[in-house]
Design a protein around this ligand. Structure first.
Ligand code: PEP
Ligand code: MN
Length: 337
Protein backbone atom coordinates (compact mmCIF):
# COMPACT_ATOMS: atom_id res chain seq x y z
CA UNK A 1 0.00 0.00 0.00
CA UNK A 2 1.26 3.46 -0.85
CA UNK A 3 0.25 6.61 1.04
CA UNK A 4 0.78 9.91 -0.78
CA UNK A 5 0.92 12.87 1.60
CA UNK A 6 -0.26 16.38 0.78
CA UNK A 7 2.56 18.79 -0.14
CA UNK A 8 3.72 20.88 2.78
CA UNK A 9 2.88 18.23 5.40
CA UNK A 10 4.83 19.01 8.59
CA UNK A 11 7.51 16.56 9.73
CA UNK A 12 5.76 15.98 13.10
CA UNK A 13 2.56 14.95 11.26
CA UNK A 14 4.55 12.45 9.15
CA UNK A 15 6.12 11.03 12.31
CA UNK A 16 2.75 10.70 14.05
CA UNK A 17 1.19 8.83 11.11
CA UNK A 18 4.29 6.64 10.71
CA UNK A 19 4.14 5.64 14.43
CA UNK A 20 0.43 4.86 14.11
CA UNK A 21 1.06 2.60 11.14
CA UNK A 22 4.07 0.93 12.78
CA UNK A 23 1.85 0.06 15.73
CA UNK A 24 -0.10 -2.10 13.26
CA UNK A 25 3.10 -4.14 12.61
CA UNK A 26 3.75 -2.36 9.33
CA UNK A 27 7.16 -1.18 8.16
CA UNK A 28 6.93 2.35 6.80
CA UNK A 29 9.34 3.33 4.05
CA UNK A 30 9.46 7.11 3.55
CA UNK A 31 10.44 8.69 0.20
CA UNK A 32 10.86 12.44 0.11
CA UNK A 33 10.28 14.01 -3.32
CA UNK A 34 10.45 17.68 -4.25
CA UNK A 35 6.68 18.15 -4.31
CA UNK A 36 5.40 15.52 -1.90
CA UNK A 37 6.23 12.72 0.49
CA UNK A 38 5.28 9.11 -0.13
CA UNK A 39 5.00 6.41 2.54
CA UNK A 40 5.40 2.84 1.33
CA UNK A 41 3.69 0.37 3.70
CA UNK A 42 5.36 -3.03 3.79
CA UNK A 43 3.96 -6.05 5.65
CA UNK A 44 0.49 -7.50 6.07
CA UNK A 45 -1.70 -4.57 5.08
CA UNK A 46 -4.83 -6.70 4.73
CA UNK A 47 -6.32 -5.31 7.95
CA UNK A 48 -5.68 -1.68 7.01
CA UNK A 49 -8.65 0.15 5.62
CA UNK A 50 -7.39 2.58 2.94
CA UNK A 51 -10.46 4.78 3.44
CA UNK A 52 -9.57 5.21 7.12
CA UNK A 53 -6.12 6.49 6.22
CA UNK A 54 -7.50 8.76 3.52
CA UNK A 55 -9.50 10.51 6.23
CA UNK A 56 -6.24 11.83 7.73
CA UNK A 57 -5.88 15.57 6.98
CA UNK A 58 -2.33 15.15 5.70
CA UNK A 59 -3.14 12.34 3.25
CA UNK A 60 -3.72 13.08 -0.43
CA UNK A 61 -4.35 9.55 -1.67
CA UNK A 62 -3.94 5.88 -0.71
CA UNK A 63 -3.22 3.26 -3.34
CA UNK A 64 -3.41 -0.50 -2.94
CA UNK A 65 -0.59 -2.29 -4.72
CA UNK A 66 -1.63 -5.79 -3.68
CA UNK A 67 -4.90 -7.64 -3.98
CA UNK A 68 -6.89 -7.86 -0.73
CA UNK A 69 -7.22 -11.65 -1.00
CA UNK A 70 -4.32 -13.64 0.42
CA UNK A 71 -5.14 -17.33 0.74
CA UNK A 72 -6.76 -17.40 -2.70
CA UNK A 73 -3.85 -15.44 -4.21
CA UNK A 74 -1.45 -17.12 -6.60
CA UNK A 75 1.34 -14.84 -5.38
CA UNK A 76 1.41 -16.76 -2.07
CA UNK A 77 0.65 -20.18 -3.58
CA UNK A 78 2.18 -20.39 -7.08
CA UNK A 79 1.19 -23.98 -7.89
CA UNK A 80 -2.37 -24.88 -8.94
CA UNK A 81 -4.62 -26.26 -6.22
CA UNK A 82 -5.85 -29.75 -7.03
CA UNK A 83 -8.87 -30.85 -5.01
CA UNK A 84 -9.51 -34.51 -4.31
CA UNK A 85 -13.17 -35.51 -4.28
CA UNK A 86 -13.67 -39.22 -3.52
CA UNK A 87 -10.42 -39.96 -5.39
CA UNK A 88 -11.36 -37.79 -8.41
CA UNK A 89 -9.25 -34.70 -8.92
CA UNK A 90 -10.40 -31.19 -9.82
CA UNK A 91 -7.71 -28.79 -11.01
CA UNK A 92 -5.32 -31.35 -12.48
CA UNK A 93 -4.88 -32.51 -16.07
CA UNK A 94 -8.30 -34.13 -16.28
CA UNK A 95 -11.27 -31.84 -16.93
CA UNK A 96 -13.98 -32.38 -14.29
CA UNK A 97 -17.31 -33.09 -16.00
CA UNK A 98 -20.16 -32.35 -13.60
CA UNK A 99 -23.57 -33.07 -15.09
CA UNK A 100 -27.15 -33.71 -14.07
CA UNK A 101 -30.55 -32.08 -13.79
CA UNK A 102 -31.19 -28.65 -12.38
CA UNK A 103 -33.24 -30.25 -9.63
CA UNK A 104 -33.87 -33.70 -8.26
CA UNK A 105 -37.49 -34.48 -9.18
CA UNK A 106 -37.96 -38.16 -8.32
CA UNK A 107 -35.94 -41.29 -7.64
CA UNK A 108 -36.63 -42.52 -11.15
CA UNK A 109 -35.48 -39.27 -12.77
CA UNK A 110 -32.26 -38.75 -10.82
CA UNK A 111 -31.21 -42.40 -11.10
CA UNK A 112 -31.87 -42.44 -14.83
CA UNK A 113 -29.90 -39.23 -15.48
CA UNK A 114 -27.09 -40.33 -13.14
CA UNK A 115 -26.71 -43.59 -15.07
CA UNK A 116 -26.57 -41.72 -18.39
CA UNK A 117 -23.99 -39.26 -17.06
CA UNK A 118 -21.84 -42.14 -15.77
CA UNK A 119 -22.28 -44.14 -18.99
CA UNK A 120 -20.94 -41.32 -21.15
CA UNK A 121 -17.95 -40.61 -18.90
CA UNK A 122 -19.18 -37.79 -16.65
CA UNK A 123 -17.24 -37.61 -13.39
CA UNK A 124 -19.74 -36.02 -10.97
CA UNK A 125 -23.52 -35.78 -10.59
CA UNK A 126 -25.16 -32.41 -10.04
CA UNK A 127 -28.73 -31.95 -8.85
CA UNK A 128 -30.48 -29.38 -6.68
CA UNK A 129 -32.44 -30.47 -3.64
CA UNK A 130 -32.82 -26.94 -2.27
CA UNK A 131 -33.65 -24.57 -5.12
CA UNK A 132 -33.23 -20.79 -4.99
CA UNK A 133 -36.17 -19.79 -7.23
CA UNK A 134 -37.07 -16.24 -8.19
CA UNK A 135 -40.75 -16.94 -7.52
CA UNK A 136 -41.93 -18.40 -4.21
CA UNK A 137 -44.61 -20.25 -6.23
CA UNK A 138 -42.07 -22.18 -8.34
CA UNK A 139 -40.88 -25.68 -7.41
CA UNK A 140 -38.55 -25.28 -4.44
CA UNK A 141 -36.88 -28.70 -4.57
CA UNK A 142 -37.41 -31.97 -2.72
CA UNK A 143 -35.14 -30.74 0.09
CA UNK A 144 -33.95 -33.52 2.46
CA UNK A 145 -35.66 -36.19 0.38
CA UNK A 146 -33.72 -34.83 -2.62
CA UNK A 147 -30.43 -35.23 -0.70
CA UNK A 148 -31.35 -38.85 0.08
CA UNK A 149 -32.15 -39.54 -3.58
CA UNK A 150 -28.83 -38.03 -4.67
CA UNK A 151 -27.06 -40.26 -2.17
CA UNK A 152 -28.86 -43.28 -3.59
CA UNK A 153 -27.87 -42.29 -7.13
CA UNK A 154 -24.25 -42.09 -5.95
CA UNK A 155 -24.50 -45.59 -4.50
CA UNK A 156 -25.77 -46.87 -7.85
CA UNK A 157 -23.30 -45.08 -10.11
CA UNK A 158 -20.29 -44.13 -7.98
CA UNK A 159 -20.62 -40.50 -9.08
CA UNK A 160 -19.77 -37.98 -6.33
CA UNK A 161 -22.58 -35.51 -5.64
CA UNK A 162 -22.58 -31.73 -6.18
CA UNK A 163 -25.59 -30.00 -4.65
CA UNK A 164 -26.51 -26.51 -3.50
CA UNK A 165 -26.82 -25.39 0.10
CA UNK A 166 -28.92 -22.38 1.08
CA UNK A 167 -28.83 -22.33 4.87
CA UNK A 168 -25.98 -22.81 7.37
CA UNK A 169 -28.37 -24.91 9.49
CA UNK A 170 -28.22 -27.67 6.87
CA UNK A 171 -24.42 -28.06 6.91
CA UNK A 172 -24.41 -31.32 8.96
CA UNK A 173 -26.86 -32.94 6.50
CA UNK A 174 -24.78 -31.78 3.52
CA UNK A 175 -21.59 -33.14 5.10
CA UNK A 176 -23.30 -36.51 5.24
CA UNK A 177 -24.93 -36.56 1.77
CA UNK A 178 -22.90 -34.28 -0.54
CA UNK A 179 -19.34 -34.57 -1.84
CA UNK A 180 -19.09 -30.99 -3.09
CA UNK A 181 -21.28 -28.30 -1.54
CA UNK A 182 -22.41 -25.71 -4.05
CA UNK A 183 -22.90 -22.08 -3.03
CA UNK A 184 -25.18 -20.57 -5.65
CA UNK A 185 -24.77 -17.23 -7.37
CA UNK A 186 -27.40 -15.65 -5.13
CA UNK A 187 -25.54 -16.68 -1.99
CA UNK A 188 -22.02 -15.74 -3.11
CA UNK A 189 -21.99 -12.91 -0.61
CA UNK A 190 -23.96 -14.62 2.15
CA UNK A 191 -21.03 -14.09 4.49
CA UNK A 192 -22.50 -15.96 7.45
CA UNK A 193 -22.95 -19.02 5.24
CA UNK A 194 -19.41 -18.65 3.83
CA UNK A 195 -17.93 -18.37 7.35
CA UNK A 196 -19.69 -21.56 8.46
CA UNK A 197 -18.47 -23.39 5.34
CA UNK A 198 -14.97 -22.26 6.25
CA UNK A 199 -15.16 -24.40 9.38
CA UNK A 200 -15.60 -27.71 7.52
CA UNK A 201 -13.33 -29.46 5.05
CA UNK A 202 -15.81 -30.47 2.34
CA UNK A 203 -14.98 -29.00 -1.07
CA UNK A 204 -17.08 -25.95 -1.90
CA UNK A 205 -18.14 -24.98 -5.43
CA UNK A 206 -18.53 -21.22 -5.22
CA UNK A 207 -20.53 -19.67 -8.03
CA UNK A 208 -19.94 -16.12 -9.19
CA UNK A 209 -22.72 -13.75 -8.16
CA UNK A 210 -25.01 -12.30 -10.81
CA UNK A 211 -23.23 -8.95 -10.75
CA UNK A 212 -20.02 -9.83 -8.94
CA UNK A 213 -16.59 -8.74 -10.06
CA UNK A 214 -13.78 -11.26 -10.15
CA UNK A 215 -12.27 -9.62 -7.07
CA UNK A 216 -15.56 -9.96 -5.20
CA UNK A 217 -15.68 -13.65 -6.13
CA UNK A 218 -12.14 -14.11 -4.84
CA UNK A 219 -12.97 -12.24 -1.64
CA UNK A 220 -15.88 -14.63 -1.08
CA UNK A 221 -13.49 -17.56 -1.60
CA UNK A 222 -11.21 -15.84 0.91
CA UNK A 223 -14.02 -15.90 3.52
CA UNK A 224 -14.20 -19.70 3.23
CA UNK A 225 -10.42 -20.13 3.14
CA UNK A 226 -9.79 -17.74 6.03
CA UNK A 227 -11.84 -20.09 8.20
CA UNK A 228 -9.54 -22.99 7.30
CA UNK A 229 -11.34 -24.66 4.37
CA UNK A 230 -9.00 -24.27 1.41
CA UNK A 231 -10.96 -26.66 -0.84
CA UNK A 232 -12.67 -24.04 -2.95
CA UNK A 233 -13.62 -24.44 -6.62
CA UNK A 234 -14.67 -21.25 -8.40
CA UNK A 235 -17.47 -21.24 -10.97
CA UNK A 236 -18.29 -18.83 -13.79
CA UNK A 237 -22.03 -19.05 -14.54
CA UNK A 238 -22.58 -15.87 -16.50
CA UNK A 239 -23.07 -12.34 -15.28
CA UNK A 240 -25.78 -9.81 -15.82
CA UNK A 241 -25.18 -7.35 -18.66
CA UNK A 242 -27.36 -5.24 -20.95
CA UNK A 243 -27.80 -8.25 -23.27
CA UNK A 244 -31.16 -9.97 -22.95
CA UNK A 245 -30.95 -12.60 -25.70
CA UNK A 246 -29.15 -14.96 -23.35
CA UNK A 247 -30.13 -15.50 -19.71
CA UNK A 248 -26.75 -14.10 -18.64
CA UNK A 249 -23.49 -13.25 -20.41
CA UNK A 250 -20.83 -15.92 -20.12
CA UNK A 251 -17.61 -14.17 -19.13
CA UNK A 252 -15.00 -16.57 -20.46
CA UNK A 253 -12.30 -13.94 -20.04
CA UNK A 254 -12.57 -14.57 -16.31
CA UNK A 255 -10.96 -18.01 -16.69
CA UNK A 256 -7.46 -16.85 -17.73
CA UNK A 257 -7.82 -13.78 -15.50
CA UNK A 258 -8.69 -15.83 -12.41
CA UNK A 259 -5.93 -18.32 -13.27
CA UNK A 260 -3.47 -15.43 -13.19
CA UNK A 261 -4.76 -14.07 -9.89
CA UNK A 262 -5.52 -17.33 -8.08
CA UNK A 263 -4.40 -20.94 -7.75
CA UNK A 264 -7.95 -22.25 -7.25
CA UNK A 265 -9.64 -24.47 -9.86
CA UNK A 266 -12.23 -22.82 -12.12
CA UNK A 267 -15.24 -24.53 -13.66
CA UNK A 268 -17.69 -23.07 -16.17
CA UNK A 269 -21.48 -23.45 -16.22
CA UNK A 270 -22.68 -22.79 -19.78
CA UNK A 271 -26.26 -23.80 -18.88
CA UNK A 272 -27.10 -20.97 -16.47
CA UNK A 273 -24.90 -18.61 -18.47
CA UNK A 274 -27.00 -18.90 -21.63
CA UNK A 275 -30.37 -20.33 -20.61
CA UNK A 276 -30.44 -22.10 -23.99
CA UNK A 277 -29.64 -25.79 -24.41
CA UNK A 278 -28.37 -25.39 -27.96
CA UNK A 279 -25.63 -22.97 -26.89
CA UNK A 280 -24.24 -25.37 -24.28
CA UNK A 281 -22.14 -27.46 -26.67
CA UNK A 282 -20.25 -24.62 -28.33
CA UNK A 283 -19.62 -22.72 -25.09
CA UNK A 284 -18.47 -25.87 -23.31
CA UNK A 285 -15.84 -26.31 -26.02
CA UNK A 286 -14.83 -22.66 -25.71
CA UNK A 287 -14.53 -23.01 -21.92
CA UNK A 288 -12.20 -26.00 -22.23
CA UNK A 289 -10.16 -24.19 -24.89
CA UNK A 290 -9.73 -21.16 -22.64
CA UNK A 291 -8.40 -23.24 -19.72
CA UNK A 292 -11.37 -24.19 -17.53
CA UNK A 293 -10.70 -27.07 -15.12
CA UNK A 294 -14.21 -28.38 -15.46
CA UNK A 295 -17.76 -27.90 -16.69
CA UNK A 296 -21.03 -28.06 -14.80
CA UNK A 297 -23.83 -28.81 -17.23
CA UNK A 298 -27.56 -29.38 -16.85
CA UNK A 299 -28.66 -32.69 -18.36
CA UNK A 300 -32.27 -33.89 -18.25
CA UNK A 301 -33.95 -36.98 -19.71
CA UNK A 302 -37.12 -35.02 -20.53
CA UNK A 303 -36.30 -31.28 -20.71
CA UNK A 304 -39.79 -30.33 -21.94
CA UNK A 305 -41.30 -31.55 -18.68
CA UNK A 306 -38.47 -30.56 -16.34
CA UNK A 307 -39.60 -28.85 -13.12
CA UNK A 308 -36.79 -26.33 -13.44
CA UNK A 309 -34.53 -25.00 -16.23
CA UNK A 310 -35.71 -27.35 -18.99
CA UNK A 311 -34.89 -24.81 -21.71
CA UNK A 312 -31.19 -24.92 -20.85
CA UNK A 313 -30.93 -28.66 -20.22
CA UNK A 314 -29.37 -30.94 -22.80
CA UNK A 315 -30.57 -34.50 -23.34
CA UNK A 316 -28.27 -37.42 -22.46
CA UNK A 317 -27.57 -38.14 -26.14
CA UNK A 318 -26.34 -34.55 -26.64
CA UNK A 319 -24.15 -34.95 -23.55
CA UNK A 320 -22.72 -38.15 -25.06
CA UNK A 321 -21.82 -36.36 -28.30
CA UNK A 322 -20.37 -33.39 -26.39
CA UNK A 323 -18.14 -35.70 -24.31
CA UNK A 324 -16.67 -37.14 -27.52
CA UNK A 325 -16.12 -33.75 -29.13
CA UNK A 326 -14.57 -32.26 -26.01
CA UNK A 327 -11.83 -34.89 -26.06
CA UNK A 328 -10.34 -33.26 -29.16
CA UNK A 329 -10.39 -29.77 -27.65
CA UNK A 330 -8.98 -31.00 -24.34
CA UNK A 331 -6.11 -32.76 -26.12
CA UNK A 332 -5.31 -29.62 -28.12
CA UNK A 333 -4.80 -27.66 -24.89
CA UNK A 334 -2.85 -30.38 -23.07
CA UNK A 335 -5.77 -31.66 -20.98
CA UNK A 336 -7.91 -34.75 -20.98
CA UNK A 337 -11.59 -35.54 -20.49
C1 PEP B 1 -27.95 -24.13 -10.15
O1 PEP B 1 -26.78 -24.53 -10.34
O2 PEP B 1 -28.93 -24.88 -10.23
C2 PEP B 1 -28.17 -22.70 -9.90
C3 PEP B 1 -29.29 -22.26 -9.32
O3 PEP B 1 -27.18 -21.92 -10.32
P1 PEP B 1 -26.85 -20.36 -10.09
O4 PEP B 1 -26.66 -20.18 -8.63
O5 PEP B 1 -25.59 -20.17 -10.88
O6 PEP B 1 -28.00 -19.58 -10.65
MN1 MN C 1 -30.67 -24.66 -12.90
Amino acid sequence: MVVILKSGTEENEIERLTKELENLNITVDKSQGTGCTILGLVGDTSKIDPWRIELEDCVQKVMKVQEPFKKANRAFHPENTVIDVCGRKIGGKKIAMIAGPCSVESEEQITLVAKEVAKYGGGFLRGGAFKPRTSPYSFQGLKYEGLDLLHKAKEETGLPIVTEIMSPFDIPKFIEKADIIQVGARNMQNFDLLKELGKIDKPILLKRGLSATMEELLMSAEYIMAGGNENVILCERGIRTFETYTRNTLDLSMVPAIKKMSHLPVVVDPSHATGKWWMVESLSKAAVAVGADGLIIEVHNDPKNALCDGAQSIKPEVFAKLMEELKVIAKAVGREI
